[in-house]
Design a protein around this ligand. Structure first.
Ligand SMILES: [Zn+2]
Length: 86
């Protein structure tokens, strides 16, 4: 009986220790992710069509009249291309 109680107690300690380790690992990962988005956030480009700012790595880029333009979407890129052609 006493041995069983000790086993349960030991299991509880191991379980809580693992839980703390797991939680701190997740927190570290989230902080790393936040840092990465902050770096990406610095690379903002303006969509010349709708004038919104988009993250450069996620923007739709087109070469229009020899100039590289970034857009928030394919639709904006097409609209701007049509406009600059006429
Ligand atoms: Zn746009």
């Amino acid at each position: 009986m006493i041995r069983a109680a000790l086993l349960i107690f030991a299991a509880m300690i191991v379980y809580s220790a693992l839980k703390v380790l797991f939680r701190s690992a997740i927190r570290g990962y989230q902080e790393d992710d936040r840092r990465r988005t902050a770096v990406q956030g610095e690379e903002m480009v303006q969509d010349p069509e709708c004038r919104t700012y988009v993250v450069k790595s996620r923007a739709v880029t087109r070469r229009i009249n020899g100039k590289l333009c970034s857009f928030c979407s394919e639709a904006c890129a097409q609209q701007y291309e049509v406009k600059s052609r006429t």
